[in-house]
Design a protein around this ligand. Structure first.
Ligand code: PLP
Length: 360
């Protein structure tokens, strides 16, 4: 690794693969002989059109997405989809089901409530969001427009390991775990993700939506808010976030080159290394129920929490950045997305061992 670069455990925007940054740098001034940077290319020109098509086709290949799904590259982040989903799919007089498992899925509910009628099928509050509500406790509506969940709660570090078979269209916020593992797209009517965790830089939001759901979008919406507008224009209704889409494409090539299976195995190894270390220690702890622990975001506490600032200060001195927990929960959190190398997690565990020795 380049000596100036450090391991960045930020929840997002997060570390990008170094190989991708090097490749982006190498063609930054002159993209493939065009004489322009990707930042300067027309979004309607042949070069960018080829970039966006290739990015989409790599994504379809990696996630085995067939033609009955539309792939969209939008803006506004996952947060804008919290609003756009009910605007498009929650019809007046109807109801949408939402599962609350932590702060992000709760935010989705709050937005949907501003637009229509919401039924919270289950809320993990009783477990302090340390566990997922048992499937047989979910109070599903008889007829809902869709069922919404967050596959990975980035702040709490809680992750679905499998997904329910849903009668109503299943919609998932996968912002913090898309492409970190395999899932069957055919179980979902829609998945979406802001790019800045596992896919690339901030600025582009991925939406994968089944065409039969897309066809039911509310046509009375302002044009820009209607998902169909972006589908009909192949995500170029207006200027898309060209550079972010290009870098996402480079990240997808990086995944394909090492193989998706290799990346998945590495993610499991990284998470196991960190959780196993935390579990054998009485100095550190992770409170999440084991079977639902996130492979991407690992929150942890120090028994004596007065040591947190020292921990964070020394971690930074040792080239381990952004380990503070979310401002709402405190403690520490290591986000170990796709681009975090195994060596980064090893460096973290070694640092934690030394810190424990020094302070325990
Ligand atoms: C980060 C995150 C969001 C918010 O994403 P933005 O792109 O900043 O709007 C939403 N949901 C989850 C699960 C996230 O991790």
């Amino acid at each position: 690794m380049n000596y100036q670069r450090k391991y960045n455990f930020s929840p997002g925007p997060s570390q990008l693969p170094e190989e991708v940054l090097v490749s982006v740098q190498s063609e930054l001034l002159n993209y493939q002989g065009s004489g322009s940077s990707v930042m300067e290319l027309s979004h309607r020109g042949a070069e960018f059109q080829s970039i966006i098509k290739q990015t989409e086709s790599l994504l379809r290949e990696l996630l085995t997405i067939d033609d009955n799904y539309q792939v969209l590259f939008l803006q506004g982040g996952a947060s804008a989809q919290f609003t756009n989903i009910p605007l498009n799919f929650l019809k007046p007089g109807q109801i949408a089901d939402y599962l609350v498992t932590g702060q992000w899925s709760k935010k989705a509910v709050e937005e949907a409530k501003r637009i229509g009628q919401v039924n919270v099928v289950a809320d993990g509050k009783a477990s302090n969001y340390l566990s997922l509500p048992e499937l047989d406790s979910w109070k599903l509506s008889d007829q809902s427009c869709y069922l919404h969940l967050a596959s990975n709660e980035t702040i709490g570090g809680l992750q679905f390991k499998s997904f329910p078979n849903s009668k109503s269209p299943l919609i998932a916020d996968m912002s913090s775990d898309i492409l970190s593992r395999r899932f069957d797209i055919n179980q979902f009517a829609m998945v979406y993700a802001g790019a800045q965790k596992n896919l690339g830089p901030a600025g582009v939001t991925l939406v994968i939506v089944r065409k039969d759901l897309l066809a039911t979008a509310n046509v009375e919406l302002p044009v820009y808010l209607n998902y169909q507008t972006h589908a009909e224009a192949d995500s170029c209704y207006n200027t898309p976030p060209c550079f972010s889409i290009y870098v996402m494409g480079e990240v997808l090539k990086w995944i394909k080159e090492q193989s998706f299976d290799h990346l998945i195995a590495n993610n499991q190894k990284k998470a196991n290394l960190l959780y196993d270390f935390i579990d054998q220690s009485s100095f550190y702890s992770n409170p999440v129920q084991k079977e639902f622990r996130s492979e991407m975001n690992v929150p942890f506490l120090i028994a004596d929490n007065s040591l947190e600032n020292k921990f964070l200060y020394l971690a930074k001195e040792n080239g381990l950045l952004n380990l503070q927990g979310h401002r709402s929960v405190g403690g520490m959190r290591a986000s170990i997305y796709n681009a975090m190398p195994y060596a980064g997690v090893e460096a973290l565990v070694n640092f934690m061992k030394n810190f424990e020795k020094e302070c325990a």
